[in-house]
Design a protein around this ligand. Structure first.
Ligand SMILES: C[S@@+](CC[C@H](N)C(=O)[O-])C[C@H]1O[C@@H](n2cnc3c(N)ncnc32)[C@H](O)[C@@H]1O
Length: 183
């Protein structure tokens, strides 16, 4: 996907440029705060972030605001290597980064699973992870604003969501949907 390559490249620059990193943090902060409230994430949660990129800002903010243990996965080894280096350089602990395909991840250890907007294939990955996850695990899925839908392949059956949060005008994310694994 063009947008995935674009974001990956952008995140490489963000890693190297403190000002860009500050801007990215400011962009992600309100988004992530809404998602923490939506899923009620606490320090006792174990959070899996699917699709962290080179600069896993969502994971960094989840950790910062909740203290929860975080695992980030990405299917791009280059991004994984970069992300590990970045977290190390920043002295951020409590975040594990693993190279793995979303759909092949074992997620029965996590109470919260977050899927980035570029995760592809989104619907199949969500279905498979929800099937394997423990009962009552919460799933947060970002969906693009309507004007950006053509850039993303994400197709999610939002009717099954139990709640959602709408993001600000300035974000490319329209809503984050909350699903709960009720078996
Ligand atoms: C660029 S990031 C955006 C996330 C952003 N850094 C954040 O903190 O929210 C999106 C990443 O998702 C990864 N990705 C896409 N599909 C995936 C999948 N099926 N499994 C694992 N990672 C995936 C891409 O490799 C890409 O690096």
């Amino acid at each position: 996907m063009f947008i995935t390559k674009f974001t990956q490249k952008l995140e490489e620059y963000v890693q190297k440029n403190p000002l860009l990193y500050k801007i990215m943090l400011a962009y992600y902060k309100p988004l992530v705060k809404c998602e923490i409230r939506l899923a009620g994430i606490e320090c006792t949660d174990k959070v899996l972030c699917v699709g962290g990129g080179s600069c896993p800002i969502t994971a960094i903010l989840f950790r910062k605001y909740t203290g929860a243990d975080i695992t980030v996965i990405d299917n791009n080894p280059y991004c994984v290597k970069n992300a590990k280096k970045f977290l190390n350089k920043k002295g951020i602990d409590g975040i594990d980064v693993v190279c793995c395909e979303g759909i092949k991840t074992c997620c029965n250890n996590y109470s919260v699973v977050h899927l980035a907007m570029q995760v592809s294939p989104m619907e199949e990955t969500l279905k498979k992870l929800m099937k394997d996850a423990k009962t009552n695990a919460r799933f947060l899925v970002r969906t693009p604003k309507r004007i950006f839908t053509k850039l993303y392949k994400a197709k999610v059956d939002c009717n099954k969501a139990i709640n959602s949060t709408r993001h600000t005008l300035f974000a490319n994310v329209g809503y984050t949907m909350l699903f709960r694994n009720i078996k």
